[in-house]
Unconditional design. Structure first.
Length: 485
């Protein structure tokens, strides 16, 4: 298949963003990749507005905690449960609100990079204040300096709590935080010793936070002794450890390789990663420059990199909603899809995040993926068991009665969606009838393989041009090829 200008532009939009939006889809035939890239950069320049979701109940809780000196032991068991339940509800709202940003925000590049970092700095804490603060750190620094992003994330109350650094004290060090910072956030497994972890844990002693969610350094809990970490010796603290990790070229290599797999191809080209990582290191961990090196290169648009990546559940759902402008009766219906497909924002399966790639697909999730376009546009119900991930479910495995309840909820108030088909049909208004199906296929699919047009024609509604476009898109989105970008 020849690589058309449209295909290259859609490739850039699927990787650096969440796919084409209906309003601009018709412009992709003529726009240059350079101009499109500049547009993605310019629309992501502004500082993001913090998504402040915490309800009044949590505001009241924070004020009470301040008055009680941060002593949560003064809360009753029922009070703690009520607050946790409220936090879960608020996290659902934060989830849906952020998805809305991914779908509708002009800052597509920033939101896509934020989704990547959300998985890289995986954190699962049921605390709405801390989680929305961590999300803001990620969104505000997603295109900036990796060192600054690493430092701010490491000092966030969510991450300090999730990785147990509250328990990391002088004479009783807890190694969990130091281990994950080295293994998952910077260098990768096998590039440090157990001694390095033990010594780094000593350096991180005293890193904590107060009831307001502010980072604090508890000096009395800090081990002031001499430590040796990755060949360097000194009276190091946590900031020193991060500096030492950033000095390691292996950190640049590890981050670059992970970014290459996420944005380019699961099959890593070691020579290109080596070139990219050296520039990333030399440029002082400038994230935007690294991504520019990738998205403006000729090799990024090679056929072997196009239509080869399995869309994550979030990419699938957001991309579908960008091309099909629609409104759910209840936006929370999207949470059912996330859960059933195995990617719930703010609930990564573990500290390593979502593994991605082929793990997104199994027999049950593939069948649901293929049905989603019909489910949304025909108001069907979800009648499939979500992935059995007890971690994601926070210890509450999906029993049949819960599934039935969710299906009923979806059918009654969540599943109905109104699609603005007028806007979608407008994309193809200048296309002749003879070329229409090919044009629709080229707009919806990124893969070399395509369903046979003669076969597809049998399932299309030919009563009107609008019905023809509508049935073509829904049928194409219901193919295995649409799962790839």
């Amino acid at each position: 298949m020849a690589i058309s200008n449209r295909l290259k532009n859609q490739h850039l939009l699927w990787r650096a963003a969440f796919g084409p939006m209906a309003e601009m889809a018709s412009d992709l035939d003529t726009m240059s990749q350079k101009k499109l890239w500049e547009l993605l950069l310019s629309t992501s320049k502004k500082e993001p507005v913090k998504l402040n979701i915490a309800s009044k109940a949590y505001d009241d809780y924070l004020n009470d905690m301040i008055l009680m000196g941060g002593d949560t032991n003064k809360l009753t068991k029922d009070q703690r449960k009520a607050l946790q339940d409220q936090s879960k509800d608020d996290l659902k709202l934060l989830n849906v609100t952020w998805m809305g940003e991914m779908i509708n925000s002009e800052a597509q590049f920033r939101e896509k990079m934020s989704l990547f970092w959300h998985g890289h700095f995986a954190c699962r804490v049921i605390h709405i204040f801390n989680q929305q603060d961590l999300l803001h750190i990620i969104r505000a620094n997603a295109l900036g300096n990796f060192g600054e992003l690493l430092r701010q994330v490491s000092k966030s109350p969510s991450m300090l709590q999730f990785l147990n650094n509250q328990q990391n004290k002088k004479q009783h060090p807890n190694e969990n935080f130091a281990r994950e910072v080295m293994e998952l956030f910077t260098m990768g497994r096998g590039n440090y010793t157990e001694t390095d972890i033990k010594e780094a844990a000593r350096a991180f002693t005293g890193w904590s936070f107060d009831v307001k969610g502010n980072f604090i350094f508890r000096e009395k809990q800090h081990d002031k002794g001499v430590k040796t970490i990755l060949g360097k010796t000194g009276n190091f603290n946590g900031d020193d450890v991060i500096n030492i990790l950033l000095e390691q070229k292996q950190t640049a290599t590890y981050i670059t390789k992970k970014i290459y797999k996420y944005f380019v191809n699961d099959a890593v080209d070691d020579a290109k990663v080596d070139w990219l990582s050296k520039r990333f290191y030399t440029n002082g961990y400038d994230i935007k420059k690294l991504m520019e090196d990738i998205f403006t290169s000729d090799w990024f648009y090679d056929g072997k990199n196009i239509g080869t990546k399995i869309k994550s559940p979030i990419e699938l759902l957001v991309g579908l909603r960008r091309l099909l402008p629609l409104q759910f009766q209840n936006d929370a219906a999207q949470l059912l899809f996330q859960r059933a497909l195995g990617q719930v924002l703010f609930y990564p399966p573990n500290v390593a995040g979502w593994p991605g790639g082929k793990t997104w697909i199994d027999s049950s999730t593939l069948m649901l993926r293929l049905r989603i376009p019909q489910i949304i546009t025909a108001n069907e119900t979800i009648n499939i068991k979500p992935k059995g991930d007890d971690d994601t479910m926070m210890g509450q495995m999906m029993e049949e009665k819960i599934i039935k309840k969710q299906n009923k909820e979806y059918a009654s108030k969540g599943g109905s969606a109104i699609v603005d088909w007028v806007m979608v049909v407008k994309i193809f208004e200048k296309v002749s009838k003879e070329e229409l199906l090919k044009k629709i296929s080229d707009t919806v699919l990124q893969t070399k393989s395509r369903i046979n047009n003669d076969v597809l024609e049998k399932y299309l509604n030919k009563e009107s041009r609008e019905n023809y476009v509508k049935s073509s898109i829904i049928n194409l989105m219901s193919t295995p090829e649409y799962q790839l970008c």
